[in-house]
Design a protein around this ligand. Structure first.
Ligand code: ATP
Ligand code: MG
Length: 350
């Protein structure tokens, strides 16, 4: 039975980089004899402008039978961010219990990191808790407009929620360099983060072969900049993970390279794979977007769907393509367009 992929190209360069990822997937799945079928959905801000909704009311039910979702980017000037977020991304993440947000960071040969001296020794993964923590809707505002007006927002950290994200991080570290760094701030945030630390320490006890380190988020952010080569797997709450993963993607040299996976590790529901970047209206329609973030996201999908050899082939093609100056896009200081990068990737997979 072929595995079924739902493709949502979305807006702007989302469409261009999703096309690129499809070309690469077609080449690598042909080579490895992996049967995939694809259905494309035009859910986007353009659809919102025409129909008043990002996706139809039964979108979640339509996506449910798929093995994975490949997403480009959603968002467009004139459509408020909360529309694309709450009209598409968040409902999908929540409905499908995609409680892990996984973002690998590497500095490739040929790509200049803004950090002096950062090179291929930089190779780590940020694991962000994706469904609870600081991003809750619990709270409110009182005394609006009065001098004593105030706002309160609660964070929610649950034992099952912290346990499963920590366990995911430790299991991943055990397949890599066996080192987990846990982001905390238990000196200033005195209820939730000490609880996070406790649960992470309990899970660490299940993995005696994995070294664990707990770092306050402020010091950790500084170390990601000063010494990114020291990290293997970083596990963080929703807010800390959000900030750290954008910082880390910048360290890698271009947002155009950075991939992400929204995972339901239980595989009960489809997981979703998308580049970190947005729709980039400033360069949309010009055919010059860097497709590597989307292609790397597709490699994460191959890995998740049980095709590690195909995933490794895609990453080898990415490495070779980035190493050659003539197949680097403008964001990396090159002159190649999206199609030239795709040709190179496909040729390396040939
Ligand atoms: P969003 O709100 O959806 O995150 P944004 O405007 O904050 O969107 P991006 O769309 O990611 O962020 O764009 C940020 C900058 O990075 C823009 O100048 C854009 O052109 C550039 N950029 C983003 N992705 C790519 C890419 N794949 N290739 C080249 N440049 C890119
Ligand atoms: Mg943005």
């Amino acid at each position: 039975m072929p595995q079924r992929i739902a493709v949502i190209p979305g807006d702007g360069i989302g469409v261009e980089v999703t096309w690129a990822a499809r070309q690469v997937l077609d080449a690598v799945t042909r080579k490895h004899g992996v049967p995939f079928t694809y259905d494309e959905y035009d859910w986007s801000c353009q659809r919102y402008a025409a129909a008043g909704e990002m996706m139809p009311a039964d979108a979640i039910e339509r996506l449910r039978p798929y093995d994975a979702i490949l997403l480009g980017a959603v968002g467009w000037p004139g459509v408020p961010d909360h529309v694309s977020l709450w009209g598409l991304l968040i409902p999908i993440r929540r409905a499908f219990r995609q409680y892990v947000n996984l973002r690998p960071i590497r500095v490739f040969e040929g790509v200049r990191s803004p950090l002096r001296d950062a090179g291929p020794e930089v190779d780590f993964v940020v694991i962000r808790e994706n469904v609870e923590g600081e991003y809750s809707e619990i709270g409110g505002r009182l005394n609006r407009g009065f001098p004593d007006e105030f706002a309160v927002q609660e964070s929610v950290f649950t034992r099952p929620g912290v346990t499963r994200i920590a366990r995911f991080a430790f299991e991943l570290a055990a397949t890599r360099r066996s080192h987990v760094t846990s982001a905390t701030k238990s000196n200033g945030i005195v209820h939730t983060l000490p609880f996070w630390d406790e649960v992470v320490a309990e899970v660490a006890g299940e993995f005696p072969g994995v070294r664990t380190q707990s770092e306050h988020i402020d010091a950790l952010a500084a170390k990601v900049v000063l010494d990114p080569g020291r990290f293997d797997v970083i596990v963080a709450s929703n807010l800390f993970g959000d900030i750290l993963s954008d910082l880390a993607a910048a360290v890698a040299g271009s947002i155009g390279i950075a991939p992400s996976a929204n995972l339901d590790p239980t595989r009960t529901h489809p997981s979703m794979f998308e580049p970190v970047h947005g729709s980039a209206p400033d360069i949309a329609g010009q055919g010059i977007a860097n497709p590597v973030g989307a292609v790397w996201s597709a490699a994460l999908m191959l890995e998740h769907l049980g095709h590690p050899a195909a995933a490794a082939d895609v990453m080898a093609a990415v490495e070779a393509t980035l190493a050659a100056p003539e197949t680097r896009t403008r964001d990396l200081g090159g002159t190649a367009d999206t199609a030239a990068v795709v040709s190179s990737l496909v040729a390396h997979l040939g």
